[in-house]
Design a protein around this ligand. Structure first.
Ligand code: MOS
Length: 756
């Protein structure tokens, strides 16, 4: 183990099936056999069914709803509209920090986007509620929808994303451009994308007096409890959220939304449990999305191909009533050395639902633009794209000058290139064909993702029978946290992972922080590491103070926990089992609790990121323009790898998102109405197996002594960064056509295409 400290510590040099091992995921069997229960699988007695009626216009007001017709339906119990919606204790137009959004909960008859809730029908059955909602027959006063840059309102945002600075300047950008031997400049456009999790936003809420139990998929249990408590005017401990399984979150289940608040409100109003599940189409609006961007990049380079200036301006769409803007330009801050860097954002107000965090928010769309811009600059310099990136390698964080806590990016470049065969790549585009006459192109991009840390808490109960119960309230949303966290806890406790039961996914447990920002394993893992260490410290105190123990007098400094036993650090033979220590002390267990926070000193002195390099091959039909990704190799360095099987799976997932961003995903709206033309999985394209080639993800060793005591960085979102640019650059290399609008479509590659 790499992170031994002077305090009592667990060690697994020899008894090794612990952290670092490729265990299969603990929830796998439950999921593939259908025994995992998701929110909508809950049916408490007396459950009523809610259906939201949503607006079909983007802007205006609801003039009338035929509430009488809906109420006349035999199964319908109640219809919630702005006229009878019970009051909330917190104004939904006031944001609740942190990560608070304004929510639409029938506060008035204003319509601000398509699919905004305008009423909710509650009935004895789902069918009755659905029919009741259809009977509402809304009539509107419609105003013209603002759907794009030509009719939206531009503004200077105070902040972007969830509180990031809207403008960051380093050096003098114009001076850097003035001294450049070459300047490349282009605009890149990214579409709106919707999370499209397999599991819809569903909720079952039941009240007992002023206490409410909520079954829902939720990435931020404790934060949500606090927010719901504020909306409903009850103490946070009166809100219990259960989220044992989550069928895809991607950021959309970290943020509270209007329909779910309305369902909880209806349950209180009617004195019955209420169940609500949004339809897929209804998730295009009230539950966030990735906002559109228009990004302008200007790169100055000197005669040796070194950057003299990197200017990234991002115009990002947001709603008419809130502020989330994709922090795309900030993708240019951490990666390449340049004496002048300017990242700035502008907002564009449209009549759309508020965007929110989605799969590497900002990093994904910003990296897509930056990595293509870097490819264009390399082309202008006549340099190989990898050589160009190496020439601009940042040895310290470019804007702050801070050292990196660790950065094995150079190794990622080298190993990824070797595995891919990059050295065989001809510099000129449109020079490779396969045996079938398809155009072949090779492209690459750099991957990077920051390492945030969310405060988290955990409890570890170590029992005399060499088992442990460890508890932390986060959610495994598919990333493998249950398994990896149990491995971390087992290591801290000196046990085998199969001796450790992990409980999570419920807000009554110690606050496990947020499952998001690629930070859950590190954050909750640190809490478990500390809680396990605390339990072991208690055992060590019992033993070293006990004259009958072989450890008597050894002191905390000299004790190691290993395989269910404590022994002296200087003599492995002198020790005893946990069971013996507990038995003599008349105890059946010890309970360790701990919190994890990031040491502010480390955060102020070190820049912390995961890194990677992605190499892509595409084959393109020269007549039809059809694009196939045929090979993807990613090489990633993310500190210590707790479970290589699951980490590789995370990288694959991220790289598949990258394929999706580059070639498939786009929500298309009718410019006249703001309505969606493809709010379903038939026409909103995501990659299927046939679109996903042989994937390769290399785990590049990296030892990070600073990021946290377990050396763990994030792996969840980094795979999408780098990959989008790599594929786009491969398309250029195959065809000689530079497409700067995502997703890249076959018609973009056809001569004479009018596609813009
Ligand atoms: Mo993620 S967009 O932090 O769930």
């Amino acid at each position: 183990m790499q992170h031994e400290t002077a305090s009592p510590t667990a060690r697994h040099h020899r008894h090794g099936s612990n952290a670092g091992q490729p265990l299969t995921r603990r929830d796998g069997l439950l999921k593939v056999t259908g025994r995992a229960t998701y929110a909508a699988d809950n049916h408490p007695d007396g459950t009523l069914y809610a259906v939201v009626a949503t607006s079909s216009i983007a802007r205006g007001r609801v003039r009338s709803l035929n509430v009488e017709a809906a109420k006349a339906h035999p199964g319908v119990v109640e219809v919630l509209t702005p006229a009878n919606r019970p009051p909330l204790a917190h104004d939904p137009d006031e944001k609740m920090p942190p990560f608070g959004f304004r929510v639409e909960v029938l506060q008035d008859d204003t319509v601000r986007y398509v699919n905004q809730p305008i009423a909710m029908v509650i009935a004895q059955s789902l069918e009755a509620a659905t029919e009741g909602a259809a009977l509402l027959d809304p009539r509107y006063e419609t105003e013209p929808a603002r759907t794009g840059p030509s009719n939206g309102t531009r503004f200077d945002p105070q902040a972007i994303g969830v509180g990031a600075p809207a403008r960051t300047a380093h050096g003098d950008i114009e001076a850097g451009l003035a001294v450049a031997a070459r300047v490349t400049e282009a605009e890149y456009v990214t579409p709106s994308q919707y999370h499209n999790a397999m599991e819809p936003h569903a909720i079952v809420a039941q009240w007992d007096g002023d206490r409410v139990t909520i079954d829902m998929p939720n990435q931020a249990l404790a934060l949500s409890c606090a927010s719901y408590a504020a909306y409903f005017g009850i103490p946070a401990e009166n809100v219990v959220i259960r989220s044992p399984f989550l069928g895809g979150g991607f950021g959309s289940k970290a943020i509270l939304n209007g329909p779910q608040i309305l369902a909880i409100l209806a349950a209180r109003m009617l004195g019955h449990p209420v169940k609500l599940a949004l339809t897929r189409a209804q998730m295009y609006g009230p539950v966030g999305h990735r906002g559109r961007t228009w990004q302008k990049l200007r790169l100055g380079t000197d005669a040796q191909g070194r950057l003299t200036a990197l200017h990234h301006h991002a115009l990002g769409a947001t709603s008419s009533f809130d502020e989330f803007i994709e922090p795309a330009a900030n993708a240019s801050l951490p990666l390449y050395a340049s004496p002048a860097i300017l990242a700035e954002h502008e907002g564009l107000r449209l009549d759309i639902g508020t965007p929110g965090p989605m799969r590497a928010p900002g990093e994904a769309s910003g990296s897509a633009a930056l990595e293509v811009a870097m490819d264009e600059a390399a082309e202008a310099c006549g340099m190989d794209p990898l050589d160009f990136r190496l020439a601009n390698y940042a040895e310290t964080e470019p804007v702050t000058g801070k050292p990196f806590s660790s950065k094995a990016l150079r190794e990622c470049y080298v190993e990824g290139a070797k595995r891919f065969g990059w050295s065989e790549r001809p510099l000129a585009p449109r020079t490779m064909r396969d045996e079938n006459g398809f155009l072949v192109g090779w492209g690459m991009g750099t991957a990077v993702f920051p390492c945030p840390h969310f405060p988290a808490e955990a409890r570890a109960t170590l029992r005399a029978d060499d088992t442990a119960l460890v508890e932390t309230g986060g959610v495994d949303m598919g990333q493998g946290a249950w398994t990896a966290l149990a491995q971390i806890a087992a290591e801290a406790l000196g046990l085998d992972p199969d001796q450790v039961e992990l409980r999570s996914g419920e807000s009554t447990l110690p606050d496990g922080g947020i499952a998001g920002g690629s930070a859950h394993t590190a954050s909750a893992g640190m809490a478990l590491h500390n809680a396990g260490g605390n339990a072991i410290a208690q055992l060590a105190e019992l033993a070293t103070a006990d004259p009958e123990s072989p450890l008597f007098g050894a002191g905390n400094i000299g004790v190691v926990a290993q395989a269910g036993r404590l022994h002296r650090r200087d003599d492995e033979q002198r020790g005893e089992t946990y069971a013996a220590i507990l038995a003599r002390a008349g105890r059946t267990e010890v309970v360790g609790t701990a919190k994890s926070t990031r040491d502010p000193a480390v955060a102020s002195t070190h820049a912390m990121y995961s890194h990677g390099a992605v190499f892509a091959e595409v084959k393109i039909d020269p007549d039809l323009g059809q694009i196939r990704t045929t090979r993807l190799v990613g090489a990633f360095a993310a500190g210590r790898i707790i479970n290589p099987r699951l980490v590789r799976s995370q990288y694959f997932g991220g790289m598949i998102w990258g394929i999706s961003f580059a070639l498939h995903e786009e929500a298309i709206t009718d410019r006249r109405t703001g309505r969606f033309l493809n709010a379903d999985l038939a026409e909103y394209h995501v990659p299927v197996n046939a679109d996903v080639p042989a994937l390769d993800a290399l785990l590049i060793p990296e030892d990070d002594p600073h990021v946290n005591a377990i050396g763990v960085k994030g792996v969840g979102e980094i795979g999408i960064t780098g990959t989008v640019g790599a594929i786009a650059n491969a398309v250029w290399h195959a065809t000689g056509t530079r497409v700067r609008r995502f997703p890249i479509r076959m018609e973009d590659l056809l001569a004479g295409s009018s596609a813009e």
